[in-house]
Design a protein around this ligand. Structure first.
Ligand SMILES: NC(=O)c1ccc[n+]([C@@H]2O[C@H](COP(=O)([O-])OP(=O)(O)OC[C@H]3O[C@@H](n4cnc5c(N)ncnc54)[C@H](OP(=O)(O)O)[C@@H]3O)[C@@H](O)[C@H]2O)c1
Length: 312
């Protein structure tokens, strides 16, 4: 692969927000690797998306151990792109990864044990060929493992220098409160809560967002476009190359006539304000001051560029 060519100015078009009560600024838009960066994805297209993102001030790349398919392959893709293009810019980017969902067979391949988290992060670092990640997340709450074990592991990971900051994802409010307290007392404050929040899924508005703000924890919204529903993708049928056709995570049954009516109404509202539905949906999330960043997915550079115009 050719060396990445800088295109300046890189940082003027992006806005950055402080993540909770921390020193860290995050771009209003981050790029996620859950879909579109697995082993079957076109490597050149992946590289083009990542480079375009960075060139537009997206400094935060969100990964997890099991993003692919197959599991681990999105981290490998990121590692390849990082070493081909972004390595001279390591101190300008935030790389995150997570552990907690199913990753490898047997009793230690998932959840929140010390055994799982430590091993998984070491694997992630090897796949990405990095010395450390900027943010390491507990990817989901574990109802069986004592919360203290999971939190102490996050503390130890920071002490080992394998992550600079830690976060939690999808924790219910009462567990989040205990996690914030534990980490604060251990002097490794929780940097960030990562949750699903978009115009169609507003459950976090009343409890999780204010709670995070109160605790000094930044909130980062994932699936801000409801996996593509909050775009023009499905307004006139289901395209063959869409996530709904190819991923088990977005089922055709969600596309009810009622939902389509709602999406079309929002699309008209967006147009009247001079935005696409996707831009409108991202701006809707970013109206909340608790939100530090929205993590978008993109299957093309065009989608990415369209979404970047949300913050023009
Ligand atoms: N913590 C967690 O448990 C968790 C869970 C889920 C996600 N995440 C993170 O959040 C990231 C984003 O999630 P997501 O991919 O579901 O986000 P999303 O932004 O809601 O959906 C992305 C999908 O929407 C479509 N899209 C995006 N921009 C578009 C545009 N301008 N016009 C038309 N269609 C557009 C594309 O679908 P097509 O592929 O159909 O083109 C794209 O793949 C993930 O990569 C991951 O990093 C975290």
């Amino acid at each position: 692969m050719e060396n990445y060519k800088l295109t300046e100015p890189r940082y003027e078009a992006m806005k950055y927000r402080r993540c909770g009560r921390s020193g860290l600024l995050l771009p209003e838009i981050s790029l996620g690797f859950w879909h579109n960066f697995g082993a079957e994805a076109d490597p050149e297209k992946c590289r083009f998306i990542v480079e375009t993102a960075f060139d537009n001030g997206i400094t935060c790349f969100d990964l997890a151990n099991n993003y692919g398919p197959p599991y681990g392959s999105a981290e490998e893709t990121f590692g390849r792109i990082y070493h081909a293009s972004l390595r001279p810019h390591r101190d300008e980017i935030i790389v995150t990864t997570k552990a907690g969902h199913d990753m490898w067979p047997g009793p230690y391949g998932e959840w929140g044990s010390r055994k799982n988290l430590m091993a998984s992060l070491d694997q992630s670092l090897r796949r990405m060929r990095l010395d450390y990640v900027d943010i390491f997340y507990s990817h989901r709450p574990d109802p069986q493992t004592p919360l203290e074990e999971t939190m102490q592991t996050l503390v130890d990971i920071v002490r080992q220098g394998k992550a600079l900051y830690v976060g939690i994802s999808k924790y219910p409010p009462e567990m989040a409160a205990r996690a914030y307290a534990y980490l604060r007392e251990a002097h490794v404050p929780c940097l960030v809560y990562q949750g699903r929040y978009n115009m169609l899924e507003r459950g976090h508005e009343d409890a999780i967002l204010p709670q995070a703000a109160e605790a000094g924890v930044g909130y980062v919204a994932f699936s801000p476009l409801a996996q593509g529903l909050l775009t023009d993708r499905y307004l006139n049928g289901i395209p063959e190359d869409s996530r709904m056709r190819h991923s088990k995570f977005l089922n055709e049954s969600v596309l009810t006539p009622e939902l389509l009516t709602q999406l079309r109404a929002w699309n008209e509202e967006a147009k009247a304000k001079g935005f696409t539905l996707a831009q409108y949906a991202l701006r809707w999330i970013l109206r909340r001051p608790e939100v530090a960043s929205v993590i978008i997915g993109a299957s093309s550079v065009e989608q990415l560029k369209n979404n970047l115009q949300a913050i023009r």
